[in-house]
Unconditional design. Structure first.
Length: 456
């Protein structure tokens, strides 16, 4: 079936070709071989399918032709003995398609761009067998939602992109890597695969090192061609998700630590911050952050707890109100006191709650009067402006005096998304609830943080 010998494959790609699951999401650096090997497996899936009609989709028809069909080691290069492309249609099929001769008869693979709704709606007139989506990170979400429930097998490829894109929440973050390849994943990416897992949805992470045809010189040329610190470098060279421009914080792998690493520190101060939003219509959250400051002046985000009323109601629950917060907060504090605070250490007695939310503060004070607790609840200190807070954090991060335990997935997500406004010199009012809660926790103790500050 294949016109020329396949490229030498890495162990991961050989494993990829043999795994049989209904959904596969291929993500990673540029030039990793995702498209070349992906299209090979896809065509084999088509050949073995009992269904006649299949789909290949990309940004637009021309992009699919360039990236998938006509590229070197692309579909026609590998399968030209058994596959023929009809860009203007053929006979009764007027849409662009590929006809593939198989032992199970002629298979028809429709070619479409997700930019053309009228055309892809014609393609999705009924059930299809196998679907391959190129650059799924930029795909139209309506198209993805429609086609994903109409196929038996789905494969997508993508370079990492803005982690806030809905494609991650609805699709890629619901997949999981195979255990044998988890060691190849950056911790930053693993923490983002955090939506409820769907059985049979597999995430694959490929880099230059998985492309056995690339020499070390080839890889170095790729790396040298992109300026470090840019979105392109992070996405295409490091294989990490990141927003296009204007990120407030440069969160790197060195800032993210394991619970075991966090346990090895000696803490001199613990604190807790709380930010609240009770909206049932938005992504805004109620966020608790538990902070520790070490004797070496490192600030560590040890734990988080996050609630979203919209999601609670959607799942059939009752939306949280200020009166619900005190017992939840005390339970969070007690859990983390027992986990992180060594005998004799000062626990996180002081809790700082968003001063704009007097209803929640009053409920916490009322809880102490009626039930009692070992914790004191205070208004957050807001005399330190948001810009000053950011400047302090950036300085600490520069010297890795600011670290986050990898279990704090929402805080990591926000740190990778929190951005400056395009038209004003101030940060956006979004992706900031755990960030605000965290700031409330450390502001009163800022003089204990930062080794450079101590030197000054």
């Amino acid at each position: 079936m294949v016109n020329k010998p396949m490229l030498v494959l890495s162990p991961k790609f050989r494993d990829f070709l043999t795994v049989d699951v209904p959904r596969e999401y291929l993500e990673g650096t540029t030039a990793a071989g995702k498209t070349t090997v992906g299209i090979t497996k896809f065509m084999c899936k088509v050949a073995n399918s009992d269904i006649k009609f299949h789909v290949i989709a990309g940004a637009d028809l021309g992009t699919v032709e360039k990236n998938v069909i006509n590229s070197e080691r692309g579909l026609l290069d590998q399968f030209n003995k058994v596959a023929e492309y009809y860009p203007s249609g053929k006979g009764k099929i007027r849409l662009p398609h590929i006809e593939m001769k198989t032992n199970k008869g002629i298979k028809v693979i429709y070619i479409c761009g997700y930019d053309n709704k009228k055309r892809w709606q014609k393609v999705l007139g009924g059930q299809v067998g196998c679907v391959y989506i190129d650059e799924v990170n930029i795909a139209d979400m309506e198209f993805l939602r429609e086609i994903s429930h109409r196929c038996h097998y789905l494969m997508t490829t993508s370079n990492p992109d803005d982690p806030n894109l809905p494609v991650y929440k609805e699709f890629l973050n619901r997949s999981r890597p195979l255990k044998r390849w988890v060691k190849d994943y950056p911790q930053e990416l693993l923490t983002m695969l955090n939506e409820p897992a769907v059985k049979g949805w597999v995430h694959w992470y490929f880099t230059f090192n998985d492309n056995a045809s690339m020499t070390s010189e080839d890889i170095q040329r790729k790396v040298d061609a992109v300026a470090p610190g840019t979105k392109m470098y992070k996405n295409k060279i490091q294989g990490l998700r990141g927003r296009a421009t204007g990120l407030v914080f440069d969160l790197r792998q060195e800032h993210i630590i394991t619970p075991e690493q966090a346990m090895s520190y000696n803490y001199v101060q613990f604190s807790c911050g709380v930010d609240t939003s009770y909206s049932r219509l938005s992504d805004d959250t109620i966020a608790f952050i538990f902070t520790g400051i070490t004797d070496t002046r490192i600030k560590v985000t040890l734990a988080e707890e996050v609630y979203n009323n919209r999601d609670i109601v959607r799942n059939g629950g009752r939306a949280l109100a200020p009166s619900d917060i005190p017992p939840l907060l005390v339970e969070f504090l007690e859990h983390n006191r027992k986990r992180w605070v060594a005998n004799g250490d000062a626990f996180a007695r002081e809790v700082f709650i968003d001063s704009a939310d007097q209803a929640t503060i009053n409920e916490c004070l009322k809880y102490n009067e009626e039930v009692g607790s070992i914790y004191d609840f205070y208004n957050s200190w807001k005399k330190l402006t948001i810009i000053d807070r950011i400047q302090l954090q950036q300085g600490w991060m520069k010297h890795v005096d600011y670290q986050i335990v990898d279990e704090c997935i929402e805080n990591i997500r926000e740190m990778n998304a929190y951005s400056w406004k395009e038209d004003k010199s101030e940060p956006e009012d979004a992706n900031d609830h755990t960030i605000n809660a965290d700031q409330y926790s450390w502001i009163p103790f800022k003089n204990l943080i930062g080794r450079m500050e101590a030197k000054k």
